[in-house]
Design a protein around this ligand. Structure first.
Ligand SMILES: Cc1cc2nc3c(=O)[nH]c(=O)nc-3n(C[C@H](O)[C@H](O)[C@H](O)COP(=O)(O)OP(=O)(O)OC[C@H]3O[C@@H](n4cnc5c(N)ncnc54)[C@H](O)[C@@H]3O)c2cc1C
Length: 305
């Protein structure tokens, strides 16, 4: 089995998530080749074949031109799977490449099991296993699901590719900075986060009180933010902030992959949950099996003493 890994280059840098492509290929037990639209002076540490499109010729981002380079690499390698990171780059390009190849596309893969791909469904509450209906497929992998623990090394054997599409009609308008956050959770040493398991908005002050007792910040999972219980700038996760405090306390949070992506690098993780099988138990150093609100009240009281 062969994979073509699509490396990502953004604003003059290779993105961190590129490393997860290696872990994914290893999980499949697949051979690899890579393709990068980037700069010759900044190549991924990788001992295999790398097809390179020049970032200047291919423009920072032009979907027609980038898809063209990836297609050229695919024609040379004939991979079973073309693999992207599920980033804005990957989710824009993967369907374009899949459509050209008339191949199935599977998005946001979080695991591999017996040749099938695990993806989330029902807003992340359930996981399903899928197998592409075509022999070749285009995949995107969820960032954070295939953490790379080794040391990336090696020098790729580079083959340069020239764009054959001109991408006319599309112009790269530039990058837009996200709004400045009022709360920078990335700098917090302690974060106590509220999940849907806290039950109602009226319970948020008790979680904030525990955070205060630990000299920390309040964080939240996405449903809590979506429900308007906590402000968006406190959301932790793939579409919130990426944090790495010394202590992370997850209160009534199941541990969906999108949440784990944002907090799994915390030094010490305490999860309070009534379900001992909740996925957060996979990353928690301490799992407190309890009804969250009475536990939080008791702990805050104890800390105050
Ligand atoms: C594209 C996309 C991006 C996303 N980005 C993010 C993101 O950035 N951040 C994020 O958090 N999510 C994100 N999500 C949503 C994510 O998939 C999950 O739906 C979400 O993280 C679940 O939040 P939760 O754990 O608070 O709620 P739930 O999954 O509903 O979990 C609630 C937990 O509380 C426990 N519980 C219930 N009652 C009690 C009680 N009385 N005492 C103790 N425990 C109790 C339950 O056992 C359960 O484990 C994203 C989803 C998508 C599709």
């Amino acid at each position: 089995m062969k994979t073509l890994l699509v490396f990502e280059y953004r604003r003059g840098k290779l993105t961190e998530a590129n490393l997860e492509l290696f872990s994914f290929a290893a999980a499949l037990g697949a051979q690899t080749a890579g393709v990068l639209i980037g700069a010759e002076t900044l190549l991924p540490a990788y001992p295999g074949k790398l097809y390179l499109g020049d970032i200047v010729k291919c423009k920072d981002y032009n979907p027609e031109v980038h898809a063209d380079i990836i297609m050229q690499a695919a024609q040379k390698e004939d991979p079973d799977y073309i693999v992207f990171i599920h980033s804005s780059y990957g989710w824009d390009l993967a369907p374009r490449v899949a459509a050209r190849l008339k191949a199935a596309q599977v998005s946001e893969i979080t695991g591999v099991s017996e040749g099938k791909f695990e993806t989330g469904c029902c807003n992340g509450k359930m996981r399903r296993l899928v197998r592409p209906a075509t022999t070749k497929a285009v995949l995107t992998i969820q960032e954070g699901a295939f953490c790379f623990t080794g040391e990336a090394e090696g020098t790729p054997a580079v083959e340069k590719l020239e764009p054959s599409a001109d991408g006319a009609g599309l112009e790269f308008a530039g990058y837009e900075e996200p709004e400045k956050r009022e709360v920078d959770l990335a700098k917090a040493e302690v974060i106590v986060s509220a999940g849907r398991g806290i039950g109602k908005k009226e319970n948020v002050p008790a979680i904030a009180e525990l955070a205060k007792s630990l000299k920390g910040e309040l964080g939240a999972s996405r449903p809590v933010v979506d429900a308007g219980w906590v402000d968006h700038n406190r959301q932790v996760g793939a579409t919130g902030q990426i944090v790495s405090p010394k202590l992370y306390v997850a209160c009534g949070i199941s541990g969906a992959i999108q949440h784990l992506t944002g907090m799994r690098n915390s030094e010490f993780i305490v999860a309070v949950n009534k379900d001992k099988e909740a996925p957060i138990s996979e990353v928690a150093d301490v799992m407190v099996i309890a009804d969250v609100m009475p536990f939080v009240a008791a702990l805050t009281e104890k800390l105050k003493q």
